[in-house]
Design a protein around this ligand. Structure first.
Ligand code: CUA
Length: 316
């Protein structure tokens, strides 16, 4: 859908197109129903006005049974169809394609700190290539914020103590507004920035020109040693703790008989609340790092543990 940006902001992402279709479908159906009801009200008001000769006896049998069942079933199916369409459009926004590039967002009062896959950092800006799926991994340092890019029809809350994810694929190059869409304190209205969508070649050149940021995984590796994780989790050790090499992405059994996939959520929770989901065969001896590891630390540690998935770079 294009149109004047004053009345209609054209969608600039694949999710945007899906959302717009749904919006217009719902508007269309609602308009038809409103017109139908209005027409019936006016028609009956005239037909059955005071003193008119219109028949006022019992309705024919057809209108009392078949007709009633028919329109009830029809509206039920219509609503089921809308539900199916809307949830399909929403759920698609939660399942990133496997080749999506990953960017990190840390929100705080009152800014968005972003980090590119190569470690380059930005504040209130996010550069990305066009026609490429981008997965956002987001967390907050303080209160609830929300990452909103209207042109992408993308809005996702960012919560303290939790990782939220979302993905989109920009379909046009340009600079798009980014807003915080959750009231988060005095300067909430000032919290925002821009998303800059570039042609792929330009993005590659831009990335190469950025100051060499600390690669997340490498920085995490240093933290892993500094915070003492390596003391128990390194391969040859007296303390019985899981070796983390090759663990990422696997589904592991837990002590309570259930199982869990080793992903961002699990690793993060294991660092903060190590006694909640104990891996089968291990004692609950790990201390919590709640209040010790900052949000930025957690992001790095998780990146490091993920980098061990392939088994490379295991010893620091
Ligand atoms: Cu952050 Cu509103």
């Amino acid at each position: 859908m294009s149109g004047s940006p004053i009345f209609w902001l054209p969608a600039a992402s694949t999710e945007g197109a899906r959302t717009d279709h749904l919006f217009f479908l719902l508007c269309g159906i609602s308009t038809l129903i409103v017109l139908l009801v209005l027409t019936l009200i006016v028609t009956f008001a005239i037909r059955y006005r005071h003193g008119s000769a219109a028949p006022r006896g019992r309705l024919p049998e057809f209108f009392r049974s078949e007709f009633e069942i028919g329109w009830t079933a029809a509206t039920a199916f219509l609503f089921l169809f809308i539900f199916w369409w809307a949830s399909a459009a929403q759920l698609a926004g939660y399942a990133p394609p496997p080749d999506a590039i990953e960017m990190h967002v840390t929100a705080k009062q009152w800014m968005f700190k972003t980090q590119q896959p190569n470690g380059a950092r930005e504040i209130n800006q996010l550069h990305m290539p066009v026609d490429t799926p981008v997965r956002l991994v987001m967390t907050s340092q303080d209160v609830i914020h929300s990452f909103w890019v209207p042109a992408f029809r993308f809005k996702r809350d960012i919560l303290p103590g939790r990782v939220t994810q979302g993905w989109f694929q920009a379909t046009r190059t340009g600079t798009f507004h980014l807003f915080c869409a959750e009231y988060c304190g005095t300067d909430h209205s000032e919290m925002g920035g821009e998303v800059i969508v570039m042609p792929k070649a330009d993005y590659a050149a831009w990335t190469a020109a950025q100051p060499e940021g600390d690669d997340l995984g490498k920085a995490g590796g240093k933290l892993f040693v500094k915070m003492g994780c390596a003391g128990c989790h390194a391969g040859s050790n007296a303390v019985h703790a899981p070796n983390l090499a090759g663990l990422w992405g696997r589904t592991i059994p837990l002590a309570d008989g259930s199982s869990v996939e080793v992903d961002e959520r699990y690793v993060r929770d294991s660092i903060l609340q190590p006694r909640r989901e104990i891996a089968a065969g291990y004692e609950p001896i790990m201390p919590s790092f709640q209040g010790v590891a900052s949000e930025a630390d957690l992001t790095r540690l998780v990146a490091y543990i993920r980098s061990l998935a392939t088994g490379e770079d295991a010893g620091q």
